[in-house]
Ligand binder design. Sequence first.
Ligand SMILES: [Zn+2]
Length: 481
Amino acid sequence: MADVWSYFANEGDYPDLGEGALAERLAAALAIPTVDGRTADETDWTQFERLVLLFRENYPRVFAAASEERVDHSLVLTIPGSDPSLDPVVFMGHMDVVPVVEGTEGDWDHGPFSGDIADGYVWGRGALDMKDQVVGELEAAEYALSHGWELRRTLMLCLGQDEESLQTGARAIGRMLKERGTRVEFLVDEGDYLVADTAPYGVPGHHGLRVNLAEKGYADVRLTVRGEGGHSSNPFGGTTLAILAEAISRVANDSWPVELTELDRQMLAAVAPWITSGPLAPLVSPRPGETHRDAIDRNADGIAQAFLRDADLFPFVTTTVAPTMIEGGSQQANVMPQDMTATINFRMLPGVGCDRVLSRVRELVADLPVEVELLEDVSNDPSKTSRSDGWGFRVLERVAARYFREPGGGEPLALIPAMVCGASDARMYEGVCDSCLRFSAFVADDEEVARGVHGTNERITTRAYAQGVRFMIGVIREALL
Ligand SMILES: [Zn+2]
């Protein structure tokens, strides 16, 4: 059924966890439709209250030991450690889920909010993104407390309310921590739920787990051309469509700087020992006395060019430009269009902010009658880049080595420092934490993630869920006791 299990090791740890009971408590959380309504007004916050009530019922020791704060509709639980000189560790997550696309409810084998457990899976919206990790974090904390483990370091659970839309919950929590002067040693937030194949680097058959340390920036730029329409027999000065097409073409064909970032270099260094064939092999191979990283630094420009030619790798070395929406246009061939707009989506490398995107687009179309505007509500600068040489990363490495290995008890899967294209809650904490580790130990097969995250039949195997809980317990043991 599932392939991802072949990478699991030490599933016998904590036999009293009880996979069946774990699955039931996850299913109960999935049955509560904490749907992100895109705006605060359209979200049914009573569902979030129900979810918190369920947590209180299912994780009594956590709620007894923790101080509980509500930040808007988000939840912050702080379980104090015995040594206040140690900075806290934060387990993050978001309680909201994306809606089910109207009309597709019937395509689910088990309803998106049925809370069904069947065929080895827990079914429902949020099973992967990301009530599994949220509930799994609570399970791990409950397990530790119920076995009398004493935390030396403070553990915080920070659970946001609107990661899928505005991220106001995480923003408010990040601000609150900053105002209090809290420093966070490291945080674990959602990753990509995958065991990553190293095939994109030209070496299929090796695997790793990505730890996302940075987020690309995101900017939507809207171009507008205004026109009166009229008969197409006299298109003097060009139709609005012609002008818009020219503007889109200039923006889309513009070239942005190409750079092998520090994070790209770390990512490549993590997989370099396996790269023995393909176009990258000679570029990462060390000379006598060199490390792989030395070779990567020496050949950085050549590697960046190789990435640029590769469909999977090119977004890591440059700012991407994707014209995505166009509106207006005439319904008839002999009538000129009136006002027309196009939206162009940018994903920016670290160092390229929204301001720079906006000014570059304005420059490119300066001689055309085109209005240029940045859609500020949805746009954001790239995040900072978190550390891969910090203690938090090493903690994840040690725990991952116990639970995720090549099939048949082979080598531990490498942790691969990486960059993501989406914006998530974690960047709201970068003012208080230099190790924002976006990592998910709750993994599924590639096909499962591609279909289920934000799609139909989202589900997680009870077996993978239990392994994720073991992992989080492992983090508590390594980092908090
Ligand atoms: Zn998510």
